[in-house]
Structure formats: C-alpha cells, structure tokens
Design a protein around this ligand. Structure first.
Ligand code: NIG
Ligand code: FE
Length: 424
C-alpha cells in the first residue's frame, strides 16, 4: 500500500505523552494522572499540524516523510502552556529580593508581609510601573521578546501575557499593543488586560476605577487588545467590591474573566470569581474549604503559581492536594514578573509543584499542558498531541516522565518544535 507523505516524523521516543482525550474539558481528580502514554510512539506532522500519532508499526505503514527526528529514547510531549505571566515590563527588582533575604535571616523583623509593605511604600509593582512608563512600545517589545525566547528554549510554546505595569490609559494601551504585535512571533500569545493591578500614585481610587471602566475597557474592545480581564484582588490592591464593578463592565464588553485571588489574604474573591463565571482564579495560596468546593462545582480552573511563595519565601503554598481531591481542575504557570516570580521556566514550576504542593509528576504535567490550555481558551489548538492539533512538541533529555520534576534546576528541553518547525 503506498504511504501518505507527511513533512516530518518524530521517531524513537521512549514515551510519547499525548495528554489526549481532554480537549472538551480540563482534567480533574484522578484523571490528572492520565498522560495517554504511547511507548515507542511516533508523531507524524504535516503543514504544522499533527496528522497522525501512534505506534511505530501503525505510523510507518501509513506515512513517509522527508524529515525525520530521532528522539533516541527520550520523552516526547506537548510544549508547555504558560497560562499566567506579566512578561511585558521594564527593569528588575533584585533589591527587594535582597531585603527579603535580610528580613528572613532574622536581622530585621516585620509582622506585615514584606511584599505588600513594599507596595504600600510606593515600591514593588509601582517601581516597575515607573520604569515601564518610561520605556517606549518598541523597547518593551525588545525586552519581552528576550523573555519569550528564553521561555521557548525551556519548552514553553504558548503563553498568556497580562498588562498591568502601565496604570494609565496611554501606558496600559502601549503594553497591550506591544503584546498584540508580539503575537507575530514564534509563540502563540493570549492577551489579558490587568489595568486593575495596583492604584497609580497620581490619582484617587475613584478616578482610576472610572478610567478603567469608562475608557480602558471600551478601547480594549474596539482594538481587540485582550481576551481576558483580570483584577488583583488583595489588601492594598483592589477590594472585592471594586473588582466586581470592573468585572461587570468587562463582561458587557465581551471580555472573559480571570482573577488574582488569595495571594496573601483570602478576601472572598474566589466567591466573586465563581459568581461571575471566571474562567480561572489564580494564586490561591490562601483559600477556604468552602471556596474550594465552590470552584469544584463551577469547574473553575485554579491556576497555581508555586514560584511566587518560593521566591517571596512565604512558605505558604496553595493546597493543591485538597483542591485536586475536591475536583478543582488545576493548571500551573510561572507568573513570570520582576517582583514575585522572576522565572520563565515551566520546568522549575513543575519541580516546585511536586516538592512543595505534593502534586504527582503526572498531575503537574497535565496542569502545565492541557489544563493550562483550557485556562486560556487554547484547548482546541494546543496542550496535547492529537490529530489536527498544532505540532507544538518538546523532546526532553530524560527517558521517562518521572524524571521531569526529578532533575531540577536545569533545562531538559533538547528540541523545541513550534507548529512543526524546530525553533530551539
Ligand atoms: O501575580 N500580585 C500581583 N501581580 C504579580 C506580581 C507583580 C509584581 O510584583 O510586579 C503576581 O504576583
Ligand atoms: Fe500574576
């Protein structure tokens, strides 16, 4: 029988982790351990999409291709989906980090969480806002392209980016236009409006809320600058009442909802998110049992960000086990930003999720691929290796998936393939 011609075959994998069968809804509970492993599997790629996948015999009988990548006994899996980042900003905040080390060492004692204390004093997020306002759109794009390229090298092939370091009409729009233009790069990029990240120093709370509601959100709709609207609901940032006002308007203008909730305090923002049908609620280091149940019932995705408590040294991680056992669909992300999570590595996040939140390696992989794709509405295109989906694939320098969180701190991605093309 004549064989069909594909562009590229990936052969010789010890394990192909397909993550298949969950494009209609995110995996929950025990399903999060199902990776759909094909031992010695082969992936056939044509026109940037997966045209077939299966056992060596099945694929060889059907397909030939001019290009062949030999995985030489390594693990092949979908590219990571980093579903929560703040990757457009200027500057860095290593001084805050050093101060934190000093405080932690016991040489300075403070009862207030240091992160919020810094924000209150006009630093933290506001320090990054000042530097981001000074930077041109082009400059911000250059910085972000550098970070995105690093993400790609570490195996992330789809990313969500939030605005939020502008905090004025012009500067939030500048960031969102930068994100829009970056969409032409190698990565798939999903954009989120986070004008409600902090209050700018030069305006009253009421005036800034009005600016978000009356000017920013309608403009974002007109220029198709974002798919989601997010609010940082936290003591010292936006209250639940303020968040509700923003969410109501955002929904009217066709934006879907995400929330930053429970990063330092449980203000009841999870209940708000569930009430308004949020696609995901993120952070959740502080969450009540009843809020966990509400998320499970509503099938709201919990995006957990363990790089944050790790970097801020709070020791307070989201109760991932409780949430998975209750049936909350869990995704993982870096939260890449200069203040609370300066890492672009999903591999690092997976290593932390297993060690600090006792997620199994399989759960962490599901949370970083197909469930993360659901968290940004990309589940029909990415997050699993299935016929018709994008050929976004990584070949990892390990011979079984349990080693992904085990060897930590380095980069295990040997090859990164985006839409059928080797990009790293
Ligand atoms: O998700 N908490 C709010 N936003 C980011 C941090 C931003 C920053 O510190 O610059 C976060 O942790
Ligand atoms: Fe964040």
């Amino acid at each position: 029988m004549p064989r069909n011609s594909a562009d590229l075959l990936i052969v010789g994998a010890s394990e192909v982790l397909t993550l298949g069968g969950a494009s209609h809804r995110p995996r929950t509970g025990a399903e999060m351990n199902e990776l759909g492993i094909i031992k010695d599997g082969v992936v056939a790629i044509k026109g940037g999409l997966i045209c077939d996948i299966g056992s060596l015999q099945k694929i060889y009988d059907k397909w030939s291709a001019p290009g062949i990548i030999h995985a030489e006994g390594r693990v092949v899996m979908p590219g990571f989906v980093d579903c929560h980042t703040h990757a457009v900003f200027a500057g860095s905040r290593e001084i805050d980090f050093i101060k934190k080390i000093v405080r932690k060492s016991g040489r300075e004692i403070s009862a207030v969480p240091a992160y919020l204390e810094i924000l209150k004093g006009g630093g933290g997020i506001l320090e990054t806002v000042a530097k981001t306002r000074e930077a041109s759109e082009e400059r911000l794009m250059i910085y972000a392209a550098f970070w995105l390229n690093n993400m790609l090298k570490y195996g992330t092939t789809t990313v969500e980016i939030k605005s939020g370091y502008g905090l004025s009409f012009e500067d939030e729009l500048k960031i969102l236009f930068a994100i829009k233009k970056l969409r032409g790069s190698k990565m798939d990029i999903v954009s989120t409006f986070l004008g409600a990240h902090a209050f700018p120093p030069e305006k009253s709370r009421e005036a800034y809320l009005k600016e978000i509601i009356d000017h920013m959100i309608p403009h974002i709709h007109v220029h198709e600058l974002a798919k989601y609207c997010d609010v940082f609901c936290e003591a010292g940032a936006f209250s639940v009442e303020e968040a509700e006002k923003i969410i109501e308007i955002a929904r009217v203008w066709g934006l879907k909802i995400k929330l930053h909730a429970g990063e330092f305090n449980d203000l009841g923002a999870v209940e708000l998110g569930v009430k308004y049908g949020a696609v995901s609620i993120d952070h959740l280091d502080h969450i009540s049992d009843s809020a966990i149940l509400a998320m499970a019932e509503a099938e709201t995705i919990g995006v957990l960000l363990p790089a944050v408590p790790f970097h801020l040294m709070t020791g307070h991680y989201a109760p991932a086990r409780k949430m998975i056992d209750a049936g909350v669909p869990i995704a993982l992300a870096t939260d890449f930003n200069p203040g609370s999570a300066p890492t672009f590595s999903m591999q690092m996040v997976i290593a932390l999720a297993c060690r600090q939140m006792q997620m199994t390696p399989a759960e962490a992989i599901t949370a970083s691929t197909i469930n993360a794709a659901h968290a940004i509405g990309m589940e029909e295109k990415v997050g699993s290796l299935e016929i018709g989906k994008q050929a976004d694939i990584i070949i990892l320098d390990i011979d079984n998936y349990l080693q992904l969180p085990y060897w930590f701190g380095g980069n295990l991605a040997r090859e990164v393939i985006k839409k059928g093309v080797i990009v790293s």
